[in-house]
Ligand binder design. Structure first.
Ligand SMILES: [Fe+2]
Ligand SMILES: [Fe+2]
Length: 494
């Protein structure tokens, strides 16, 4: 008999955790499914069907069928969002953003197609918002579900009101394809202006598809021009509506999307300006860590913007007492007058103070967590050794000379830890040859592995090998003039 959780095998515990995570997600999201289903069903009945007749006994089965099919589709959507992202609070947030966006997109599309033209469906609105806040896969999924929901809205009106379903299908297909193409091309544009430009220009390339679809359906009249205008107009409406909604979601959910990250990386940001004037050494260190972390994140398929931004802010906690950190010192070192225990507490507290300062400045939670995690539970070796030398006899507990943690919980946090350590070490001593460089980086990273600092994040040994290589290449290009490549070649020849 299993008495408690410690008796379970590791895989059973992991399964229990996963089940708990899923149930928590389900509990927090199911109300969104109900509300969205009810809103879409009622709005579709109002606009596409006949509201008074839809609830009579004669048509009650159609109305119930419409609700049930919409509900099932929304549940599938909820489960798909869960399986596409890691579990946790961000997943719940992602679902709520996706479901609100999807509902607005369906409502706008039904309005456009019933009031103006069957091609006036701004499905691209859902594609753009979800793309910016999540990723291209979630964006395509939202487009697909939006398209099917619009089609269902018209399909379940047969019997009450008749629609040309071929026309509905062509409107949905053309606008969904346009939304997918926009999402595909907009995914790499990180400033608001570029994103808007792509969202306005790319749909033009899809308009020949509208013309071909209309001709295939036997329409060779001037109506084709209207279809093109309405189809493109819907994309323009989607692009213009998308910007205020993304700003709203950024504010409400404190999201680290690419727009927000690039704004936070702007060096005129008040917190970075403060870092530059009060702790110039830390500021320069953070910029170099940013360059390294961005390259490493790209190399292992993580978000390079988040890595750069997290690196810029990881040491803001040093603002509390900049002079206690070597990179900001010139002649005077306050640690000369302190006992090692006080020095350690001054040094290690910068992670906690960084977390507090990041929260006070409403930085995204991903960055707040990295301020706290970037040193993990590593020891402050210099002051531990100093304390050891001062102690006349007996041993010292190293635990009293370590950072409080937690250890890095994400791959980006692990990247910041590695780049931070390597940059600080290379800054104090630049190896003369490429071989020495490689050995030093290997030693620094292996030391973190030995101290089990990456045990709580999903980084792999393969990722660490790629990160080492990327750091080596990036640092070598930064310190190019100071590495003696010839010495290596000479040694290779001899
Ligand atoms: Fe730090
Ligand atoms: Fe640092």
């Amino acid at each position: 008999m299993i008495d408690n959780v410690t008796d379970l095998s590791y895989s059973e515990t992991a399964k229990q955790e996963a089940r708990k995570r899923f149930l928590s997600y389900f509990g927090k999201c199911i109300s969104g499914v109900f509300v969205s289903t009810a809103l879409i069903t009622l709005f579709a009945i109002l606009m596409v069907s006949d509201f008074a007749r839809a609830f009579t006994p004669e048509y009650a089965a159609i109305t119930a069928g419409r609700f049930i099919v919409t509900f099932i589709l929304m549940v599938i959507f909820m489960l798909s969002i869960y399986s596409m992202h890691l579990g946790g609070e961000k997943n719940v947030r992602n679902f709520w953003i996706a479901v609100v966006t999807l509902t607005i997109s369906v409502v706008l599309s039904i309005t456009g197609s019933t009031v103006w033209n069957m091609y006036a469906m701004p499905i691209a609105f859902a594609a753009l918002v979800v793309l910016e806040i999540m990723d291209v896969r979630s964006s395509m999924l939202t487009v697909a579900v939006t398209g099917v929901l619009i089609a269902i809205s018209f399909l379940f009106s047969s019997g009450i009101k008749e629609y040309d379903m071929a026309l509905v299908a062509s409107g949905v297909i053309c606008n969904s394809l346009s939304a997918c193409v926009v999402a595909f091309f907009a995914r790499k544009h990180y400033t608001r202006f570029k994103f808007l430009l792509v969202a306005l220009l790319v749909p033009l390339a899809v308009q020949p598809l509208v013309i071909m679809t209309a001709i295939a359906m036997g329409d060779v009249t001037i109506d084709i021009l209207w279809k093109v205008l309405y189809s493109y107009g819907a994309d323009v409406v989607a692009a213009l509506l998308f910007m205020p909604f993304v700003v709203l979601f950024e504010g409400v959910f404190n999201i680290a999307d690419d727009f927000r990250l690039s704004e936070l990386c702007n060096l005129s940001n008040p917190l970075l300006k403060r870092l530059a004037s009060e702790a110039p050494g830390t500021f320069n260190h953070s910029l170099v860590v940013g360059t390294l972390a961005e390259a490493c994140a790209s190399a292992i398929g993580e978000n390079p913007n988040l890595a750069r931004c997290a690196a810029y802010y990881h040491d803001i906690g040093k603002l509390k007492a900049p002079l206690y950190f070597s990179e900001n010192q010139s002649d005077y070192n306050p640690h000369d007058e302190l006992i090692p225990e006080v020095s350690v507490s001054m040094i290690t507290s910068h992670t906690l103070f960084g977390e507090i300062l990041a929260k006070q400045n409403r930085l995204p939670s991903e960055i707040v967590e990295i301020c706290r995690q970037h040193h993990g539970t590593a020891p402050v070796s210099y002051f531990f050794n100093k304390a050891l030398n001062l102690k006349e006899e007996g041993n010292l507990a190293q635990d009293n000379y370590t950072y409080a943690g937690p250890k890095p919980q994400t791959k980006i946090a692990a990247i910041i830890m590695i780049c931070d350590t390597v940059e600080a070490a290379i800054r104090s001593y630049i190896p003369e040859t490429r071989d020495a460089y490689e050995k030093r980086i290997d030693m620094l990273v292996d030391d973190k592995v030995r101290l089990k600092q990456f045990d709580e994040c999903p980084i792999t040994l393969g990722d660490i090998a790629i990160i080492k290589k990327t750091v080596m290449e990036s640092l070598a290009s930064i310190h190019h003039g100071r590495i003696d490549y010839d010495k290596k070649k000479r040694r290779a020849r001899s």
